[in-house]
Design a binder for this molecule. Sequence first.
Ligand SMILES: Nc1ncnc2c1ncn2[C@@H]1O[C@H](COP(=O)(O)OP(=O)(O)OP(=O)(O)O)[C@@H](O)[C@H]1O
Ligand SMILES: [Mg+2]
Length: 274
Amino acid sequence: MTLPQAVENAANTAEVLLSAQDLEKSFGAVHAVRGCSFELHAGGIRGLIGPNGSGKSTLVNLLSGLQMPTGGAIKLGDQTITKWSPDRRANSGLVRTFQSARLWGQMSVAENLMVAAPARGRDSLLKTFFMRGRLEEAEAADRERASELLTRFNLWRLRGQRAHELSGGQARLLEFGRIMMSGARIALLDEPLAGVNPVMADQVVDGIETLSASGVTVLLIEHDLPTIRRLCSSVMGMSLGKIVMEGTIDELARTEVFAEAYLGASTRTGGTNV
Ligand SMILES: Nc1ncnc2c1ncn2[C@@H]1O[C@H](COP(=O)(O)OP(=O)(O)OP(=O)(O)O)[C@@H](O)[C@H]1O
Ligand SMILES: [Mg+2]
């Protein structure tokens, strides 16, 4: 078997972590998402590109439970989660970020990581009483993990600072740390480079790779095509609320649909910035 064949077979047999069937979301007369279907396999970073207003953020809002679809279904593994709350999805390993970072602004950087750890029954007073030893052990393990993540994301020297004092790029890295701390399996990242100073952009891109290398499957919305090219072996192209193509960024760039849908050109003009 040739290597590309082996890779393709592996992708075909990889577990489908997240899928959407015929998703629809309308806001009155605006059909933001219409007949959108896809499968996200375990592992790697899948890109999601498309012009402004094509429905990318709305799709992530539906997948994460922030908005309810007006039609269609969402599955996490083989469980239908279409009507689950965002918290229930997050507790099942499906998390997302927004175009601007969302952190606990008054908490320190280190505390932001600690509170992202799974609860492990800490919410139950009775359990707390009978399992004190085990909880202390779990908390020590969380502290160790948090220290490791602070170092990995270059935030160690900022650990005592309040999160609202961080720059856009540092806040993004802390979000990635929180995702890893939570033990999430899937992260939906909506334009993680938005609001990031160009000086920090490389670190944020490295952070996405770190997230992926730790075993988190990533869906990445990004307008910067060189970043998509660097990070994503597989990309979905969205146009008018639908996934209209899927492949490598080179394969997408060769299609007329790409030029029309993504670059807004009526014909392919060549010289695309990919
Ligand atoms: N809450 C809302 N109420 C009404 N219309 C909305 C709402 N949210 C999104 N839309 C509309 O739905 C369409 C898709 O928007 P969406 O934000 O999902 O696009 P996008 O692909 O993320 O765009 P961008 O690249 O600019 O972030 C747009 O026409 C937008 O104006
Ligand atoms: Mg958007």
